[in-house]
Design a protein around this ligand. Structure first.
Ligand code: HEM
Length: 404
């Protein structure tokens, strides 16, 4: 197999770690794969031949192509061989892992709830929640873990309010959700936490149907969606919206602290926030890889991807593609070349992106202006990072300090 006259580069295993000292850059093997060309061969752990796409244009074109499927039951795992186990289709409502027309059945009624306008209306609420958490951090005094004090609670409260999780249930609900998403929980505890969350959401849907309140879930009870489907939708909103934004806030702060001139630029000019958020999204790409499966033979970058072949799309290397972005490995909050793929592209493009943007545009400038002397409380190599195998990349904790 060849790419543009050269022999096709092949990647045999997905990297499990990043280069020491480069916590924000994609693993060296993936950057190297992109250097060889935008598409590489990839041998899946069960021996099935597949593809790894690392170039911006090709990732974007696959995402826009309905000949590539997101169906859960067709997907192989890039690092785990499930052998002969049949993967079931996504449960009702979990539309991230569905194709049309099922996907639209769920996404359509939600679209109007996540528009730019609606999300902008939430700016004040996000500012209030952010200020409350910064007050608490300041009051408790240094040091603090930025993950628990700031990065996790802001998106968690916003999602709870959108879904209409009553105030008294929030703490236990957040703990449950956290333990099935932090990638650290034992299998047994993970299943227990996942089941408890499912049970809670089932109850919540029933409550909203009986007594609708002013939230997205209650609004959706006024449609033909079943309780089971509503539970699936709530679960996908949680799974997609909590961990991603929380990791962007924490890893983004780490990246700013490691690039003091960029942090200073944001502190000096809060109007830079919109652009800064887009650049942090591109640079960090915490939702780093997604899978697709070819439904028929498709030509991509001079290669024929056979029907049934699995394809790994590396959003992170796409967002660091030197043919698309000038000095791609530099964090430059003033960058002019936009159009990153950190929220994906095509029919599955992130539904919650406007909410995530509002949260980050408020939270980053508020944090850096509240604590002008904010710094790491440990050496940078002492910050514990999530393993590359986690779906969403980030830090496990971020010890910070400041002059009180
Ligand atoms: C889909 C990233 C925040 C809800 C996606 C996809 C990406 C992504 C890359 C596309 C997946 C694919 O191509 O298969 C992010 C990042 C976030 C973020 C980086 C934070 C910075 C949120 C929030 C919510 C949310 C706050 C909800 C409140 C969703 C949903 C989908 C999705 C429901 C599935 C859309 C579909 O399949 O049609 N997200 N997301 N996300 N995201 Fe986000």
């Amino acid at each position: 197999r060849t790419v543009m006259g050269e022999s096709l580069h092949a990647v045999t295993t997905m990297p499990t770690a990043r280069q020491p000292g480069c916590p924000f850059d994609p693993p060296a093997e993936l950057v190297d794969a992109r250097r060889h060309g935008p598409i590489s061969g990839y041998a899946f752990p069960g021996g099935q031949p597949g593809w790894l796409i690392t170039g911006y244009d090709l990732v974007r074109s696959v995402l826009a192509d309905s000949r590539f499927s997101s169906r859960k039951e067709l997907m192989l795992h890039p690092t785990i061989d499930y052998g002969d186990i049949e993967i079931p289709p996504a449960p009702p409502g979990e539309f991230l892992l569905m194709d049309e027309p099922q996907h639209s059945r769920y996404r359509k009624p939600l679209m109007g709830k996540f528009t730019v306008r609606r999300m902008r209306l939430l700016t004040e609420r996000v500012a209030q929640i952010t200020a409350d958490h910064l007050d608490a951090m300041e009051k408790a005094g240094p040091p603090a873990d930025l993950v628990t004090a700031f990065a996790k609670p802001i998106p968690a409260i916003m999602i709870c309010e959108l879904l209409g999780v009553p105030y008294q249930d929030r703490k236990s609900f957040q703990e449950q959700v956290d333990s099935f998403m932090n990638g650290e929980t034992s299998d047994e505890d993970l299943i227990a936490a996942y089941t408890a969350t499912q049970d809670y959401l089932a109850e919540l849907v029933a409550t909203k149907r009986a007594n609708p309140t002013d939230d997205v879930l209650s609004d959706l009870t006024d449609s033909d969606l079943t309780d089971e489907e509503l539970k699936g939708i709530a679960l996908i909103l949680l799974a997609a919206g909590l961990d991603t934004t929380a990791n962007m806030l924490a890893l983004g702060t780490f990246a700013l602290l490691r690039n003091p001139e960029q942090l200073a630029a944001l502190r000096a000019d809060p109007a830079l926030a919109d652009r800064a958020v887009e650049e942090l999204l591109r640079y960090l790409s915490v939702a780093k890889t997604f899978m697709r499966t070819a439904l028929e033979d498709v030509e991509v970058g001079g290669q024929t991807i056979k029907a049934g072949s699995p394809v790994i799309l590396s959003y992170h290397t796409a967002n660091r593609d030197p043919e698309r972005f000038t000095a791609p490995h530099v964090l430059d909050l003033h960058r002019q070349d936009g159009g990153h793929l950190a929220f994906g592209h095509g029919i599955h493009q992130c539904l919650g992106q406007q909410l995530a943007r509002v949260e980050m545009r408020v939270a980053f400038p508020a944090l850096v202006s509240r604590f002008p002397t904010l710094r790491l409380a440990v050496p940078p190599e002492g910050v514990s990072l999530r393993p590359e195998t986690a779906d969403i990349y980030g830090v496990k904790s971020l010890p910070v300090t400041w002059d009180a």
